[in-house]
Write a protein that binds this ligand. Sequence first.
Ligand code: 5GP
Ligand code: MG
Length: 181
Amino acid sequence: MHPHLDTILFHETTILSRLDVLAAQLMSDYVGKELSVVLVLHGGLFFAADLLRRLHLPLRIHSLEVSSYHGTASSGSVTFKQSTLPEVQGRHVLLIDDILDTGRTLSVIRQRLLDECAPASLRTCVLLKKRRAREVEVQADYVGFEIDDEFVVGYGLDYEGEYRNLPLIGTLKREFIHMGA
Ligand code: 5GP
Ligand code: MG
């Protein structure tokens, strides 16, 4: 175990078996449809890579980079890092992100894609969903795991840019979180 971790929530084998189930569900829902995945970078990177390799369907992959977190708290605003949106007009879009927390990120991206990209349909898929009240109401259509309201890292999720490449999901020891960040 990584020395900065306090607890482990999900080991890689647990994550991957859950992805087998999610992939089976997605394949039955999207068979015969023109699927475009929009992946939210960088948190959704590992989740999408492992999930999409299990989807035996023709699909296209796009990405968006947004930022909303500073340290361990949501900053309240969602900034798009690129000026253009993916071309998904008339296609069935699956928006993939790492985690649903306040709901702002998914809600803002979802609304922009619906308003500006004219997809045939749009569903959301997250690896983790926190058990807490959303600040913005947003539906996650596919969810890997529900977790308590605590800050987690690993398997794509970072703290100040680090820990994304850990193959598991866990919490950090307090001494590695700079208070006031
Ligand atoms: P929301 O906009 O729903 O508040 O937050 C979504 C984004 O905040 C996620 O894409 C993720 O980047 C970040 N985030 C929310 N909760 C956590 C967490 O527990 N750990 C990490 N590393 N990032 C989180
Ligand atoms: Mg993120």
